[in-house]
Design a protein around this ligand. Structure first.
Ligand code: DC
Length: 226
């Protein structure tokens, strides 16, 4: 039987808290594909810029930095988590703080930065086939992916999920602040000029508000297998 996984690209986009990460990881595991969290890559870049105390408004500095940056994402087969390495150092937890999350928008809006990231993402995914999740994986990175999904959920549910994730890694934040962060991030992700978050016309849209993770995974797998 032909090894379909060699070429299989599944792209999953959606706003913060839509369930993309958990679902994408599980789909990748079930199909034995690589899981690529593109948001983690933008987070790692933001961390580097903050640590180097770069001027986040200076596009040239940011582009020069990206060209000299190595990001690796390691999926641990048995665990539900991934590890993120920035220039060889494990930054898995450092990239999830609210302050950093707040600063990603400066990096994510720079066309030259996105160009390098998209190139990197295509190279990583093309090796074995992958499940990629992010904001532009269905529209820019792999507009011709074999399968494209757009996950969504209402803001109350998405905030609840983010709050749970942050509490699990001991980030001290109130649910009200999380909701405000999600609202601000939706606005920034959807209105930026370059590669804004939007549903690709031919993506399958799944409203996950009242669905369990397993139900969403099964829904995606049923499309992939049919
Ligand atoms: O998925 P996440 O919350 O970890 O993503 C963090 C931010 O990174 C998100 O608010 C926008 C940016 N991002 C992006 O611009 N393009 C992507 N493909 C993935 C994330």
């Amino acid at each position: 039987m032909a090894d379909r996984s060699k070429q299989l690209i599944i792209a999953i986009d959606g706003p913060a808290g839509s369930g993309k990460s958990t679902v994408s990881k599980m789909v990748a595991k079930k199909l034995d594909l690589l899981y690529l969290d593109t948001g983690a890559m933008y987070r790692a870049l933001t961390l580097k810029a903050m640590q180097a105390k770069l001027d986040l408004e200076n596009e040239k500095q940011l582009i020069d930095m990206v060209k000299d940056t190595k990001i690796q994402i390691e999926t641990r087969p048995r665990a539900k988590s991934i590890k993120v390495f920035l220039d060889g150092k494990d930054v898995t937890h450092k990239i999830r703080t609210p302050k950093l999350t707040d600063n990603i928008k400066y990096i994510a809006k720079v066309p030259g930065v996105r160009k390098c990231m998209v190139k990197m993402q295509r190279q990583i995914a093309a090796k074995k086939g992958a499940v990629l999740e992010g904001r532009d994986t269905t529209t820019v990175v792999f507009p011709d992916a074999n399968y494209k999904f757009y996950l969504d959920a209402n803001i109350a549910e998405r905030s609840k999920r983010r709050f749970k994730d942050l509490s699990a890694i001991c980030v001290d934040i109130s649910i009200e602040d999380v909701k405000e962060d999600v609202r601000v991030r939706d606005e920034s992700d959807k209105t930026r000029k370059v590669a804004p978050l939007k549903k690709a016309e031919d993506a399958i849209c799944i409203d996950t508000t009242n669905m369990s993770i397993d139900e969403v995974v099964d829904r995606i797998l049923s499309e992939v297998k049919s």
